[in-house]
Write a new protein. Structure first.
Length: 269
């Protein structure tokens, strides 16, 4: 146990460094605040009156929720995605300026260094997701204390998985500019192809869905893991699921382990 204490202190030190860097990054903080405001105030309010559809000649509300309520959990996931994946810029920064090389030659195991950095990125991303929860009343979403606690725990797990994914991406890209472009080409398609901004009516069969949407879009949505991640959070916050929530929880758990092991293979190379 005593031999493990220095490793824990090292993990805490790396975690604290990442938190301090995140809190000092004014651009990241501004993005974490402005992004949900733009999505909820402009897109949410603007499209809210049109949140209804015509299904086989019958015009009705697509879901028993307003568009703001439906969009609210998706905006949280968007904030987490941007913060988690963009966090990997710090890995490129440390690699370019030699800090990563110095810390990797220390007695601290490579997995512990990676864990400290990922925990720091996941904590910052969870904080950005929690910022959106402040807008719950504006989106007409009523939350209880157990819902908030469950949502934060789930957001941290999702942030951990996505931060590890960001480290994997950082291992493939060698420049800050290249990573910025590359990360956006990953984040936006994953987000928009996840039924995050438009609903799939759960009362319709797959045949009926194909009649309402292009088949290629339905296939993308079903194959996209972010679809189930957003849906699981939507179930926590507004008690609505388009898919079994166990799928989302399971995929996040697999992502935490799988992406961490993947990131560990390329970390520091």
């Amino acid at each position: 146990m005593n031999s493990f204490l220095p490793i824990l202190r090292g993990i805490h030190g790396v975690w604290l460094r990442e938190i301090m860097r995140a809190t000092r990054d004014k651009g990241q903080l501004l993005g974490g605040v402005s992004r949900p405001l733009i999505w909820l105030l402009i897109l949410g309010v603007g499209l809210n009156p049109y949140f209804r559809g015509e299904v086989f000649g019958e015009v009705r509300l697509v879901l028993p929720y307003s568009y703001l309520q439906f969009l609210f959990p998706a905006v949280i996931v968007l904030n987490i995605m941007y913060t988690s994946i963009q966090f990997a810029v710090s890995v490129i920064w440390d690699r370019e300026f030699g800090f990563l090389r110095e810390i990797l030659v220390s007695p601290m195991p490579r997995w512990a260094v990676l864990l400290g950095k990922v925990l720091g990125g996941a904590t910052a991303a969870t904080g950005h997701g929690t910022l959106v929860l402040i807008l719950a009343r504006f989106a007409d979403v009523t939350l209880t204390a157990p819902q908030v606690a469950q949502a934060i725990a789930y957001m941290f797990a999702l942030s951990f998985a996505l931060t590890c994914f960001g480290v994997v991406l950082a291992g493939k890209v060698r420049s800050f500019e290249g990573f910025g472009v590359f990360s956006n080409t990953v984040i936006l398609p994953l987000y928009f192809a996840s039924s995050s901004v438009f609903p799939l009516d759960p009362s319709l069969t797959r045949t009926q869905l194909v009649a309402s949407y292009p088949e290629w879009l339905i296939m993308l949505i079903y194959a996209n893991p972010i679809t189930y991640a957003v849906d699981a959070l939507r179930g926590i916050l507004i008690n609505f699921n388009q898919f079994p929530p166990q799928i989302g929880f399971g995929l996040v758990g697999i992502g935490m382990i799988g992406f961490f092991l993947w990131a560990l293979r390329s970390f520091g190379r």
